[in-house]
Design a protein around this ligand. Sequence first.
Ligand code: PMP
Length: 348
Amino acid sequence: MIRKVIDYIHTYDAGIFPEDLEKAQIINLGSNENPFPLPRNVVEAICRSAENVNRYPNPKYEKLKERIAEYCGVNRKNISIGNGASDVLENACKISLEPLDKVVMKVPTYSMYIFLGMLRDADVFFVKSYEDLVEESKNSKLTFICSPNNPTGETFPKKVFEEIMESTNGIVVVDEAYYEFCKETFLDYINDYKNLIIVRSFSKFFGLAGLRIGYAVASKKVIEALEKVRLPFNVNSLGVEAAMEALKSIEYFERVRDYIVRERERLIKEINKISGFKAFESKANFILVKAWKNVSEELAKKGIIVRDVSDVVGLEGNYLRITVGKREENDALIKELRCMGNLNEGRK
Ligand code: PMP
């Protein structure tokens, strides 16, 4: 029989997908993806490896780990890989959580952590301030930190991080899925703190969301545990080749990143001129916006997908998370938001 506890697990909500809308033209600003196509060499590497997909990948993934280690400036023994950062986050839960163990996070944050905690039958604990996070992480088995934080876009203060690390023996995960958009990292602390796991993704900056590659950087001991619990062959061979090739094209991805950062600042400025909308500062490739009413369905009718995050734990009211897109996509969004802003003005 299926375990009773499964009834209580909330399915992770991945938002609206283009196929859900009957529209010829869709602007997808819902999932924090890279809006630009991959460089040619990466596509070619994927095509080349497609010829060998009848074979299993080598389950140790040494070459990929080596390249990621070079990129991070660490030893290959400090790297574990996963089927997206999501898989790595799940592995971090597997090595740290028994049923009813305490997991702590400051909300609002990435809702996947709640889902993964529930999968381990853990006691998921929410706090609203940094002070409470320091206090509650003292006796927790796992503390989640997201920097830059999804959905708020803010980075985590180093001082608070150090306080947490000095006072807990539990595992601390710092999710840096959006690291390349801000270049602030906690990676340099892995030699000081053996219970620290940095989690990163190839889905955002490197544009490989569909191929599912993520990795952890941590002390050798923690990496050994992560490598033990991950499923053999958890990363597919197309993803392995694409990630290794993408690491050769950093300049291209940095140009895209600089464009996205410029567009992010423009988008924030423009949205803040519109009545009824407030855009918060962000260090990532998305923006949190407070709206005078729930507008995500209306935007979807116009073919624009954004993420409605109103029901994320820790947010009260109508909130949207908007991925920064290409200039023309952002312009189309601004145009629709202006119409809604005029309606808000009309109410006054
Ligand atoms: N962490 C955060 C903070 C995210 O926003 C996401 C993706 N939405 C992930 C992890 C998961 O990324 P991946 O596609 O690598 O599983």
